[in-house]
Design a protein around this ligand. Structure first.
Ligand SMILES: Nc1ncnc2c1ncn2[C@@H]1O[C@H](COP(=O)(O)OP(=O)(O)OP(=O)(O)O)[C@@H](O)[C@H]1O
Ligand SMILES: [Mg+2]
Length: 333
């Protein structure tokens, strides 16, 4: 299956301050703030929704195409993605700007001061599905430059490309109109529980209204509680009804860092779609993929073979259509 994943491409610079920010904030001086913290630890992580989702999907044996914009500091990131089986031919490198970057400093009390630099991501609106030469079976519209997130669903509808609409953290800043337009005609909608409530507030739509405009499935993730999938069943002349499927979370070992857990869930889910599995199995694949990210630091620090993944799946959910499909793959041997 040719899967195109659009979304942010970013670096995360995470720093640690061995003290308490509040000890350095003078209440009588806050009119003119100038603070500098000497940090003792910094990590630079590869992130961004599109590569995060693509990374897990590629570990599962697919070859997704990432469509997005990055800056002049992208070559080493691109090489890493390519070496993991991700097609980066639709990543446009914008000269003279940096890749979108998240800078965050945390202190001993878990306070955080952060900035997100949009950088090359602001150019994502210039990319177009009309310029893609390869056939597309399914697209993911994940958080990105707001204008790009408005444009891609529109183009997908015009071109008849099925898309999974994943506004996630961008729900916070998107307008009701934009969210309504994105959901209208989407094959699949996926958000977490908090974002789902916000989505309903922003659009003034209720559960039924949302299911009216989404074609195949509405998926809401609930952290450690798992996820719920509402899947549409065609009932012929009476239209369609919705089946509610509960997807349990898988059991992680030590939880090190939740960053990217949602993206990994999407990667697993997409593998299920690529294998044309029933929704329950697609969701379980998402649950198993997610725990790998919880157990490692960063959204692309996990690794597994398809055999290891399948064993983990069986340990959590037993044998089913998903394990059968994973075992049947020629890339297993
Ligand atoms: N503590 C946990 N234990 C087991 N599985 C988890 C846990 N937290 C998340 N998951 C899995 O990951 C999925 C997505 O989690 P969640 O709903 O927290 O996404 P999110 O809020 O979008 O995450 P992100 O912080 O990456 O944006 C869940 O449906 C579940 O399968
Ligand atoms: Mg999320």
């Amino acid at each position: 299956m040719n899967i195109v994943i659009t979304g942010s491409i970013a670096y995360d610079y995470l720093m640690h301050f061995p003290g308490d920010f509040m000890d350095h904030v003078k209440p009588d001086r806050i009119q003119k703030l100038s603070l500098s913290f000497l940090v003792d630890d910094m990590v630079k992580q590869r992130g961004g929704c599109a590569p995060n989702i693509a990374y897990t999907l590629a570990l599962l044996g697919e070859r997704p195409l990432v469509m997005g914009t990055a800056g002049e500091d992208f070559p080493e990131y691109g090489a890493w993605l390519e070496s993991h089986g991700i097609d980066i031919s639709a990543v446009k490198v914008v000269p003279d700007v940096f890749t979108a970057s998240f800078f965050a400093t945390s202190d001993e009390a878990q306070n955080q001061i952060a900035s997100f630099y949009t950088g090359a991501m602001a150019y994502a609106r210039e990319l177009s599905f009309y310029d893609l030469s390869q056939p597309v079976d399914l697209t993911v519209v994940s958080p990105n430059d707001p204008e790009a997130m408005d444009k891609y669903p529109r183009e997908c509808r015009e071109l008849g490309i099925p898309y999974l609409y994943d506004p996630s953290q961008q729900v916070v800043r998107a307008s009701g109109d934009m969210l309504r337009a994105g959901m209208q005609g989407a094959h699949i909608l996926i958000v977490n529980d908090y974002e789902y409530e916000l989505l309903k507030d922003r659009t003034g739509m209720n559960d039924d209204d949302i299911r009216q405009v989404v074609k195949q499935a509405v998926i809401v993730t609930h952290g450690a509680e798992g996820a719920v999938i509402w899947s549409a069943n065609d009932t012929g002349s009476t239209g369609r009804d919705w089946e509610e499927i509960h997807i349990p979370a898988a059991t992680p070992g030590a939880i090190l860092d939740p960053t990217g857990v949602g993206d990994a869930f999407r990667g697993g889910l997409l593998k299920g779609l690529a294998l044309e599995l029933p929704w329950a199995e697609c969701g379980r694949l998402g649950s198993v993929a997610a725990i790998y990210v919880l157990e490692t630091k960063g959204p692309q620090a996990h690794t597994f073979t398809v055999e290891e993944f399948t064993a983990r799946y069986i340990a959590n959910f037993g044998e089913d259509a998903a394990t059968k499909a994973l075992y049947n793959r020629s890339d297993l041997v």
